[in-house]
Design a protein around this ligand. Sequence first.
Ligand SMILES: Nc1ncnc2c1ncn2[C@@H]1O[C@H](COP(=O)(O)OP(=O)(O)OP(=O)(O)O)[C@@H](O)[C@H]1O
Ligand SMILES: [Mg+2]
Length: 204
Amino acid sequence: MNNGTLGSQGSSLDSTCAILYTLLHPCPFVKVAITGTPGTGKSIVGLELARRGWDVLELSEFVESHLLKGRKDRARDTYEVDVEAVDERLKSEHNGNDRIYLGHLTHFLTVDLIIVLRCRPSVLKARLEGRGYSKKKITENLEAEGCDVILVEAMETSIPICEIDTTAMDANQVADAVEEILDGERKKYEPGHVDWSEEVLAWY
Ligand SMILES: Nc1ncnc2c1ncn2[C@@H]1O[C@H](COP(=O)(O)OP(=O)(O)OP(=O)(O)O)[C@@H](O)[C@H]1O
Ligand SMILES: [Mg+2]
């Protein structure tokens, strides 16, 4: 009798735990966008995540290999991309498995979670200079990072967002942070904890 009573309490406790677990770990993330200003480390963390076994897709490579590149914008030294067309193509080719998309336009795709990589502008500047970017392109990207442009664009969607300040992290640590988020940790990476305003104000 006692055992039966205990058993039924146990099973109701089990189901409560299961509900709590589901609430704390909402739907498994099927498609995740890792976005951010150029130079914030999307590709480098993507390499590490792929090494750890994740299915990672560089959006720029997909666009290139599927001949989805639009006209060249000479003034900005970039190519136009019809993100909606790319999204449709990705949807038609997606096999339903977990996948991580990398690229500064991936927050415009149909995804379940957006992770925005951030980097302090003074550190980003050195990275972009190291890539041989023009002064104009560097300034444009630093202003975008300083003013949270990608985060704001991401927040205009209704997709859950996390942001990681990668400034003092190496690729391994950023990959750990991404996996922590995919494991359900949100609080630590809530949007809004990154603020470059002090550095930006010092520019003027
Ligand atoms: N966490 C990091 N620590 C130190 N250096 C980094 C870090 N992340 C990236 N870098 C360096 O910054 C440069 C740009 O990194 P990466 O190519 O991964 O950026 P990206 O976000 O993919 O840029 P893009 O949008 O142009 O593709 C590389 O030289 C890389 O080695
Ligand atoms: Mg890249």
